[in-house]
Design a protein around this ligand. Structure first.
Ligand code: NAP
Ligand code: ZN
Length: 347
């Protein structure tokens, strides 16, 4: 019998969250049922729910940083058993067979990545995310959360962890890499911790020095304010790799000026509006501007395992269901250190 569960939904771009009931199907033979314990609030939830990235299927139940406990498995599932800690990130399904899926880039499936919310599932029903009590998905798209990671602090790793992890691995970040992290929010605070654990020399570029102490505690070696013009004089040509996590408009040329020869600027943040830059500085310093989108299943499992091994987790503020509407405003205002996580028991 399909199960009715409680969830938090928005009915329009400006509506507050309200409690609704949604239906979760019985698991198919290759699916698992997860009782959700915690769901992180990613800035992407906000961009999506507010219609900043395009069309939205309302009522929308966001949430793609999902951590919980397996409560049922289909007969074909070998990866999980009841009681296991499990997580779901930004997508719940993909074809599994195309060239991209075969190399573990299921988030760029050539057939169709099915997003955890604001999409239509394989069953033809709109997908609903982690701000809900339960979720059902194919085991292949569910992550193992190591027992040593507390579920609340692990939830953000499913997006804010894997998103910086992917370019750190892709560009071989390690000892000797001069890494800059632009924006110290949900993604940024994970980028600092992961970069440090990989052996990089880590510099935070934040708008102000307000979060300096916290940034240094997370492992940053240096901390600068981008509002101070002297930062751009002092740090010219200083970085090999720069991860930009800013969610709003940017001075791209100013960031490029901080790259050393051949340096790589990776956009992770997705400001809704078009951004511009000059080409000449890229040619003169054979610099690279690129972007990166979350990661596939192998990469997401790798970051969870790496965090467990290194004792890394998200730094969170746990909130109840009634605080989510206000939390969205606070995230946009930069008033969170560093990730709000919803205690799903309060829905
Ligand atoms: P967040 O917690 O709000 O962090 C964003 C940071 O950007 C803020 O902490 C702030 O850092 C800086 N910032 C915010 N508003 C700004 C403004 N008006 N001007 C300059 N800087 C500003 O958000 P998040 O959850 O980390 O997500 C960050 C961005 O990445 C969002 O656009 C999100 O949609 C996107 N994202 C992309 C992917 C992907 O796969 N590429 C995955 C997840 C999220 P300071 O206060 O330190 O300056
Ligand atoms: Zn996210």
């Amino acid at each position: 019998m399909p199960t009715q569960v409680k969830a938090l939904a928005m009915d329009s771009a400006t509506a507050p969250f309200r409690r609704i009931e949604i239906t979760r199907r019985d698991p198919l033979p290759d699916e698992v049922v997860i009782d959700i314990k915690f769901a992180g609030i990613c800035h992407s939830d906000i961009h999506t729910a507010r219609g900043e990235w395009g069309d939205v299927i309302y009522p929308l139940v966001p949430g793609h940083e999902i951590a919980g406990v397996v409560t049922a498995v289909g007969p074909e599932v070998v990866k999980f058993k009841v009681g296991d800690h499990a997580g779901i990130g930004c997508f719940v399904d993909a074809c599994g067979e195309c060239a991209h899926c075969r190399i573990g880039e299921e988030n760029a499936c050539l057939e169709r990545t099915i997003w955890t919310y604001n999409d239509i599932g394989a069953d033809g029903v709109p997908t609903a995310g982690g701000y809900s009590q339960q979720i059902v998905a194919r085991a292949d798209y569910v992550l193992r959360i190591p027992d040593s990671l507390p579920l609340d602090k692990a939830a953000p790793l499913l997006c804010a962890g894997v998103t910086p992890w992917s370019p750190l691995v892709r560009y071989n970040a390690g000892s000797g890499t001069r890494l800059a992290v632009v924006g110290l929010g949900g993604l940024g605070h994970m980028a600092v911790q992961l970069g440090k654990a990989l052996g990089c020399e880590v510099t935070v570029l934040s708008r102000s020095l307000r979060k300096r102490e916290q940034g240094l505690k997370l492992g940053a070696d240096h901390y600068y304010a981008t509002a101070d013009p002297a930062t751009f004089e002092d740090l010219e040509a200083s970085f090999d790799l720069m991860l930009c996590t800013v969610s709003a408009d940017l001075d791209v040329d100013a960031l490029v000026s901080l790259l050393d020869l051949g340096g790589v600027l990776v956009f992770l943040g997705l400001p809704p509006d078009e951004q511009s830059f000059h080409i000449e500085p890229l040619c003169l310093g054979h610099k690279v501007i690129t972007g990166s989108d979350i990661g596939g299943i192998p990469g997401t499992q790798a970051v969870l395992d790496f965090c467990a091994e290194k004792g890394i987790a998200a730094q969170i503020e746990l909130i109840g269901a009634d605080e989510v509407t206000e939390a969205y405003n606070k995230v946009v205002a930069g008033d969170v250190e560093f990730r709000y996580v919803i205690d799903v028991a309060t829905i």
